[in-house]
Write a protein that binds this ligand. Structure first.
Ligand code: PA5
Length: 458
């Protein structure tokens, strides 16, 4: 199935190859057309939830029409006056920006200015290293938090606020940009009280669906990644993924196939395997989206990030002969934008001469196809998405495609794909542990757990 470009005559779209999910190709471990047709009622309901915009959180769809002028203006001034752009955020607020950067500006810090670092995990050792390295006079700190309340992000903001203020005095405030909910949250309050620069994340957009909001686009412009191309790709694929007809809508079909594999064939693990180093972080971003959006009420699918060809030499054995619980999703790139040829050296050795003259582009493509073939021949279901090239336009397509897939899949399962009660519970437990007012119960629960803890000294 080709995702035909509705607007730009010459832009090639992603393609989805799903034959290896079907009975007629891989035998009785595949899905029959009757099974697929059998869930028409469910798909119609799921489609209407999206089409009729029954959820405010679908606001992520409208990001394709946003005006990027303010983001670009801000990025220009940051590039001029900074040697380091430091993004503080966690979860969707860090994984989306990182996926953009690594997909579209590989090795950025070795080649471009300003350097970019995403600090998400509040590991004190990492923070020590950053503090040691940065020059506050040439650093811009971008604090990204949709809620504006997340303890990890707020804590690192506090540390850098003090550090920068000690070094720069009243000038420090001009080196912070807060990307957050325009209406609520502690960070918004700080913005107002200290007159800080800020960018909005629409109040209804959930963190893991915020990659195409200013959360991802400011970093993108700073790294000279064209955010308008990201949005255009997202917009073009959205048109194709809005079709009510299952066989005409690649996002719906992708979700239906994986849904049926999960509920009928008990394939509850989805491996996401791009054949590109640059898409490793995008694969992790997908895993967050899939896990946090769908893992509810005893339902969901366990996502599993991988990268080709690396994991052919690490995980493939398990997929071929281990438990029959997986579907592998490959992402193949047609044009890597690089065509390194293997030189003709050591030609007298057969194993070497076989490789001589081949392009790495072709070699990695051949490795992907051979893995796909090995799985299919062994009746292991798999799908392949092909990208014409690894550029902003097609990465924008991937982001929107997977967001629609996830939303639709949530509705097939009958869960809310936009909430994350157990992430919130974790945040509340942290507040309890820290003694925040109103979180006494969490504090007591944690104390009780500590008492029951059994520990061996090793
Ligand atoms: O998707 C989500 O809601 C979460 O993963 C959040 O992105 C994460 O918890 C960080 O939240 P926030 O951006 O509000 O700081």
């Amino acid at each position: 199935m080709q995702f035909l470009a509705p607007r730009r005559g010459f832009a090639r779209m992603l393609e989805m190859h799903f034959g290896n999910m079907l009975e007629e190709v891989i035998g009785d471990k595949g899905l029959s057309l009757v099974e697929i047709e059998g869930i028409r009622e469910k798909t119609a309901i799921a489609h209407s939830q999206i089409h009729e915009r029954k959820w405010d959180e679908l606001a992520f769809i409208d990001l394709v029409n946003q005006d990027t002028a303010e983001i670009k203006e801000l990025a220009d001034s940051i590039v001029k006056n900074s040697d380091l752009f430091l993004l503080l955020g966690i979860g969707g607020s860090a994984m989306g920006p990182r996926a953009i950067l690594e997909a579209l500006q590989p090795m950025h810090n070795f080649r471009n200015h300003p350097k970019i670092f995403i600090y998400d995990n509040i590991d004190p050792r990492t923070l020590d290293a950053i503090i040691e390295i940065i020059d506050p006079h040439r650093t811009t700190v971008n604090v990204v938090s949709k809620s504006g309340n997340t303890a990890e992000t707020v804590a690192s903001f506090m540390i850098f606020w003090e550090h920068m203020n000690k070094a720069l005095g009243s000038e420090a405030a001009r080196r912070f940009i807060i990307t957050t909910n325009p209406e609520g949250g502690i960070l918004r309050q700080i913005v107002r009280e200290n007159n800080l620069m800020s960018l909005p994340i629409h109040p209804s957009i959930v963190g893991r669906y915020s990659v195409l909001s200013p959360a991802g686009l400011l970093l993108s412009e700073i790294a000279e990644i064209n955010s308008d191309e990201l949005l255009l790709g997202a917009k073009d694929i959205l048109t194709k993924c809005s079709n009510a007809e299952l066989w005409e809508n690649p996002a719906y079909l992708f979700s239906v196939l994986l849904y049926l594999m999960c509920v009928k064939e008990k394939r509850t693990v989805n491996v996401m395997m791009p054949y590109a180093d640059g898409l490793k972080s995008l694969s992790e971003w997908f895993c967050q989206l899939w896990a946090e959006s769908l893992g509810k009420l005893g339902l969901g699918i366990t996502p599993y990030p991988a990268v080709g060809t690396t994991d052919q030499h690490s995980q493939l054995q398990l997929w071929m002969e281990g438990p029959e619980d997986k579907v592998v999703i490959f992402i193949r790139i047609d044009d890597y934008g690089s065509n390194i040829r293997i030189p003709k050296v050591f030609e007298t050795i057969e194993e070497f001469s076989l490789l001589s003259g081949q392009c790495l582009n072709d070699l990695i493509g051949a490795a992907a196809k051979s893995t796909e073939l090995a799985l299919s021949n062994a009746s292991k279901p798999n799908m392949t998405i092909t990208m014409p090239s690894l550029d902003a336009y097609h990465v924008g397509q991937l982001f929107m495609f997977f967001q629609i897939c996830t939303t639709f899949m949530g509705f097939l399962f009958g869960v809310n794909p936009f909430n994350q009660p157990w992430i919130e519970a974790g945040k509340n437990n942290t507040f309890g542990l820290l003694g925040k007012r109103g979180f006494q119960k969490q504090k007591e629960d944690i104390a009780r757990m500590a008492k029951g803890n059994i520990c061996w000294k090793l």
